[in-house]
Design a protein around this ligand. Structure first.
Ligand SMILES: NC(=O)c1ccc[n+]([C@@H]2O[C@H](COP(=O)([O-])OP(=O)(O)OC[C@H]3O[C@@H](n4cnc5c(N)ncnc54)[C@H](O)[C@@H]3O)[C@@H](O)[C@H]2O)c1
Ligand SMILES: [Fe+2]
Length: 382
């Protein structure tokens, strides 16, 4: 038996932040990174809380790839203040932190009444405002792992594109490619259903039309609104269908080399598409293809990449991912990031391979990877 639920109430479109003037809570802890506070973005939230006479405090010790230590500090802040709502404002790092902070504080003190969680994304990328995933890091062991539990689902998500206007082009590129990876991986996941596929197809269509526009013009409000919705649609898709090897491998690039999450996903995409479909530039056509390969061809067609046959169509999809990265000035390989030497990178491959194979996302990849496959894929990425 299968099921499909959307637990999170989603408020979206112009003025959706006004929902904060109606929330039924009285005591809020805002969870944000330092940028959201220093840029003044947080005032868009607090002014509405003030109208609604909601008291608030701020926990702003959120950092990218949230480490367990910061989750512990956040839980202490929660137990000191005892809010009836946590409001997470920021990119995936802030929202994931708030999800984990709520769980840890409840584990530390089971008698504390469960606070609500409102997620307000300021990037159009992770979709975490509607997922039961929280990706946290254990820097001591160089691990980044998705925690997965329905109890982490936010109660409300507010998608107001006003908050993403300030996103710089490089973050638009990284997060936009994360949206595409969520939609694509969920679409070919072994757990996909008609419901997740419908959400993924719409997200892919929007990315194809609006990601470059958002990248090229920060003030293209229409494109930004569309990408904000696409991010959430892709989140809903992978929340039910899960992801695949692309994310399983990308998490390790984040924990070992701090490559931004969406950038790591984008670099891997052409390699994973070719690996999963077993189609490279040397491939000849076959009479039959597995279902997920036909699905890659469907995605290519959705993007307007109709081509001669299945091999050339899937190749066109792989080329499109690289085209998008070049258009958005993204590095195509680890060496181009300049973040480590070749020796430093290759030294970490065995540990990354082990962790990628254990990563919860890898389990639903349409092709079951071996340690040798993953080793080769990491090596190719250099
Ligand atoms: N839980 C999930 O379902 C899920 C899914 C995918 C990714 N993730 C995780 O989310 C994290 C990545 O999130 P992200 O890509 O949103 O990046 P992020 O939250 O780490 O933010 C990236 C940078 O953008 C800045 N930023 C955020 N909003 C901004 C704005 N409006 N204007 C200007 N700058 C802004 C931040 O300060 C930060 O410096 C990773 O840890 C990843 O593993 C979680
Ligand atoms: Fe992601």
């Amino acid at each position: 038996m299968k099921h499909f639920d959307i637990k999170t109430h989603i408020y979206f479109g112009e003025n959706s932040l006004d929902r904060l003037a109606d929330i039924p809570y009285r005591n809020a802890l805002l969870v944000a990174d330092k940028f959201v506070v220093s840029s003044g973005l947080i005032h868009l939230i607090t002014v509405r809380l003030q109208q609604n006479e909601v008291a608030w405090q701020v926990f702003d010790d959120v950092v990218p790839d949230p480490p367990l230590e910061k989750i512990g500090l956040g839980a202490q802040a929660v137990l000191k203040q005892r809010p009836d709502v946590l409001i997470a404002i920021g990119g995936g790092s802030a929202i994931d932190s708030a999800k984990a902070i709520r769980e840890v504080s409840l584990q530390l003190e089971p008698s504390y009444a469960r606070p609500a969680l409102i997620a307000i994304p300021t990037t159009s990328g992770t979709g975490t405002e509607v997922t039961s995933f929280s990706v946290v890091s254990d820097p001591e062991n160089c691990r980044k792992m998705p925690l997965v539990s329905d109890s982490m689902l936010p109660d409300e998500a507010i998608l107001d594109a006003e908050l993403v206007k300030s996103v710089p082009p490089s973050v638009t590129a990284d997060t936009g490619m994360d949206v595409f990876t969520h939609a694509l991986e969920s679409y070919v996941s072994t757990n996909n259903t008609e419901f997740s596929a419908a959400l993924a197809e719409k997200a892919i269509e929007i990315v194809g039309s609006f990601l470059l526009r958002s990248y090229l013009d920060n003030n293209d409000t229409h494109a930004r609104q569309k990408m904000h919705v696409a991010s959430c649609l892709a989140g809903l898709a992978f929340n039910t269908a899960s992801l695949g090897l692309n994310h399983g491998m990308a998490h390790q690039l984040g924990s070992h080399f701090h490559i931004p999450h969406g950038r790591a996903n984008a670099m891997l995409l052409p390699h994973i598409i070719e690996y999963n479909s077993d189609i490279s530039k040397y491939s000849r056509s076959k009479t039959e293809y597995p279902k997920h390969v036909r699905k890659y061809a469907t995605v290519a067609r959705t993007l307007g990449l109709q081509n001669f046959n299945t091999v050339t169509t899937v190749r066109a999809l792989s080329n499109w991912t690289q085209f998008m990265m070049k258009e958005m000035d993204m590095p195509l390989s680890i060496s181009e990031t300049g973040l480590c030497t070749k020796e430093e990178y290759f030294e970490q491959i065995p540990a990354m391979v082990r962790a990628a194979l254990e990563d919860a996302c890898t389990a639903t990849n349409p092709r079951k990877p071996t340690p040798e496959d993953v080793t080769r894929l990491y090596a190719e990425l250099w």
